[in-house]
Design a protein around this ligand. Structure first.
Ligand code: LLP
Length: 441
């Protein structure tokens, strides 16, 4: 179970999340179902916010990295907690604005933002855009000039830190589609390029070294290197950064191979990082930057679980037993993509001992459609409710309608009560945008 007491087993032997019985949730809303614990989300937003207040005199802001789980309710929660958000597409920005999120507190990322997305961002007076290419700087300059405004920007740089995580989610190596490397001089060149633009206000730098990282040292190293770069640019170009956005990346518990962190552990991560920034700024004689952090997974990951119903069971003698569920890679593609390991249990028999090892397969027409491989489980039967834990981040947001399956609905639980925050799809939704041209009729 996760460390933050979001989950427990009640007297009926059922799994509970945020005080709600998951078996009842499955009966009420059907499966597959994403379930989120609101308190957990708020606790995580608060711990980062509070740590910036206590350890850095409030000289910074938490941005929820909304790619982890983007829907209107999430932006409402972020708004009510007084934090900012990061968005990476016109779609995420639209969702945020539609939820009434203040545009000034939105930061836009992306290695290839479309001109239409940038136009939409400027038309809506977005707070800050994180520049990720020379041509993008030119486009923002043009759009800002046309509107007679000055656009706040940061530049995404690669400090060259390799975080210990899955190779696909390392993003700050020199060989990366993101950002500009410090080591090859490109970070300095883009700085000069942006400083030469009349309608861009360069506030500072952004870096993000990867995701699902537990090593404090990785964050410290990244902060050290970015601060060195800030000092170097101050010396060479006379530009002193006011803002440092250090990205996201704090890891969460998925299974027994991961540490179980308490809320206070995340405060420690941030405290260590802040300590490094403070130390470096005084050692290098540069101002303490306004500090932004962008956690996504750690805010919402352990807050979410997915409920499924067990269907077909296939025991291949001497080889493997497959327990199939009514979901799969269309609601959680992370095993298929990254071989991510999840903890799985039977929500209606949560107190029972595990007696066998099984692989949990989805319902897609694809052999690689698995959710978990060789995981312990009591002997499952058709109709059991299965819970997959820590699915709050990068599940719904990466879901698809593959095989024309429905992206599941989501509920938000608070004090035992559940509210629908994402409606179930219907067959009609699946054909909504389909057209049969006249000549095919
Ligand atoms: N900021 C930037 C610029 C990012 O690229 C990311 C994640 C974050 C913040 C948030 O990082 P977090 O705190 O969530 O680790 N789909 C992958 C994860 C991709 C992460 C991409 N960037 C997965 O399912 O593991």
């Amino acid at each position: 179970m996760n460390a933050r007491k979001t989950l427990k087993i009640n007297e009926k032997g059922h799994l509970e999340i945020g005080g709600a019985d998951t078996v009842e949730l499955a009966a009420q809303f059907g499966t597959p179902l994403y379930v989120f614990d609101e308190q957990h989300i708020r606790d995580m937003m608060r711990v980062y916010k509070r740590t910036i207040e206590t350890e850095y005199s409030g000289n910074g802001m938490v941005l929820y990295a909304s790619k982890a789980f983007s829907c209107m309710a999430m932006y409402s929660i972020a708004k009510s907690e007084g934090i900012g958000v990061d968005v990476v597409s016109g779609g995420e920005l639209y969702t945020a604005l539609k939820a009434g999120f203040p545009a000034q507190k939105v930061y836009m990322h992306g290695n290839n933002k479309l001109e239409s997305e940038l136009r939409y961002a400027l038309d809506n007076k977005i707070g800050t855009i994180v520049v990720d290419s020379f041509s993008e700087a030119d486009i923002i300059e043009k759009l800002a000039e046309e509107r007679g405004v000055e656009q706040n920007v940061l530049i995404r740089i690669n400090p060259g830190v390799e975080a210990h995580t899955h190779a696909y989610i390392q993003t700050a190596r020199t060989d990366s589609k993101f950002g500009f490397s410090v080591s090859d001089g490109m970070a300095e060149k883009i700085t000069a390029h942006v400083l030469g633009k009349k309608h861009l206000k360069l506030e500072g730098y952004h870096c993000h070294i990867g995701s699902q990282i537990f090593e404090k040292q990785s964050f410290v190293l990244a902060a050290d290197k970015v601060m060195d770069f800030i000092a170097e640019v101050k010396g060479k170009l006379g530009f002193e950064a006011e803002v440092l956005n250090i990205g996201g990346g704090f890891g969460v518990w998925y299974n027994d191979e991961d540490p179980q962190l308490e809320v206070s552990d995340y405060a420690d991560y941030l405290k260590t990082l802040i300590g490094a920034v403070i130390e470096k700024s005084s050692a290098l004689g540069v101002k303490k930057p306004y500090l932004l952090i962008e956690p996504g997974r750690s805010i919402v990951g352990e807050a979410g679980i997915t409920l499924y119903t067990v269907g077909a069971i296939k025991d291949i003698p001497g080889i493997r037993k497959y327990v199939a569920i009514d979901g799969g890679m269309f609601d959680n593609p992370r095993y298929a993509l990254y071989q991510s390991k999840y903890t799985v249990l039977l929500a209606n028999r949560a107190a029972e001992k595990c007696t066998e090892r099984v692989s949990v397969s989805g319902k897609c027409c694809e052999s690689g459609d698995l959710i978990a491989v060789d995981v312990p489980l009591p002997k499952a039967e058709r109709g059991d409710i299965m819970a997959v834990l820590t699915t709050g981040a990068y599940n719904y947001s990466m879901a698809s309608n593959y095989n024309r399956n429905f992206v599941p609905p989501a509920v938000l639980v608070k004090d035992g009560k559940a509210d629908l925050i994402i409606k179930p799809q219907t067959y009609e939704d699946l054909v909504r945008n389909d057209i049969i041209p006249e000549r095919l009729k």
